[in-house]
Ligand binder design. Structure first.
Ligand code: FMN
Length: 260
């Protein structure tokens, strides 16, 4: 038994912009931005009473970053075996900045952020969540990166995470052995506000930019990572307490020290 061609073609549509077979924008259509609906937050709101942890500023990080880009590109590969060593806060700060760091807050196009990765219309429709197993000075648990502040928001202690649920997140066991697991969840409306139903393709593309930066940043400090698209969607969203519709996980990547 296999899928019929019609079903296969239907699922390929996300890879295209509109073509003549697809639904068209109705007469007089306006995006929410065109209608004057306020710009949604550039970063998911959070309670100011939450536990906020300072990260190391990119200008103060003292890591051995002696590689040039050609070296890094030659070295880049997926790693599926990590040592038990923890990451330092410098290393984690560097990896977070390298993947989603904000370079500039701008009023261009109705306010957005310019970051280390490109994003259609500067919308940047991802939040970065971390399952932290081993980082010096941090309690193991779930955290969220606050890219505008370059800080971490503590979400949940590891003891509050259901172990059985965590084990169901992924089939490949090496993933949970990472010192930190990066999970990128999208808030699609941040993109849809400007681009409506053409946003999904762009959102999917953008996860790749973020993860490629993680690969290269990891290689530059002798840490390993491996992009992961095979995970349990429902478990991932439940772990992060996302509603699975207006915010959901798209991609993840464990990182950890590797034996040289
Ligand atoms: C979108 C995407 C999804 C991936 N998903 C997985 C995965 O679920 N499990 C895994 O072990 N590797 C995964 N990988 C890693 C690839 O298997 C890996 O990139 C490929 O084998 C080539 O190896 P290299 O990265 O060392 O060049 C994924 C890579 C990409 C780009």
């Amino acid at each position: 038994m296999s899928f019929d061609r019609k079903t296969i073609l239907k699922h390929r549509r996300i890879l295209k912009v509109f073509d003549e077979d697809m639904e068209k924008f109705p007469e007089g259509f306006q995006t929410d931005q065109q209608k004057g609906v306020p710009n949604p937050p550039l970063e998911k709101p959070y309670s100011k009473d939450g536990k906020i942890i300072d990260l190391v500023s990119i200008d103060d990080i003292t890591l051995n970053k002696n590689y040039n880009l050609i070296d890094l590109l030659k070295k880049r590969k997926s790693h599926r075996s990590f040592t038990e060593d923890p990451l330092s806060l410098d290393e984690l700060s560097y990896l977070l900045w390298a993947t989603q760091g904000v370079l500039e807050l701008t009023k261009h196009h109705g306010a957005g952020t310019r970051r280390v990765v490109p994003s259609g219309g500067m919308r940047h429709p991802y939040e970065t969540y971390l399952i932290i197993n081993r980082v010096e000075g941090l309690v193991p648990g779930i955290y969220r990166y606050l890219p505008i502040e370059h800080k971490l928001l503590f979400f949940k202690d590891k003891s509050e995470i259901n172990k059985n649920k965590l084990d169901k997140l992924v089939g490949q066991k090496f993933i949970l052995k990472g010192a930190v697991i990066f999970l990128w969840a999208t808030t699609p409306y941040r993109m849809e506000w400007r681009y409506s139903i053409t946003s999904s393709k762009v959102i999917a593309i953008e996860a790749g930019h973020i993860c490629q930066n993680l690969y290269l940043a990891c290689e530059s400090i002798d840490i390993g990572t491996c992009a992961i698209a095979a995970y349990n969607q429902q478990v991932a969203d439940e772990l992060l307490e996302l509603d699975g519709e207006d915010e959901f996980v798209v991609y993840l990547s464990p990182v950890g020290k590797i034996t040289q």
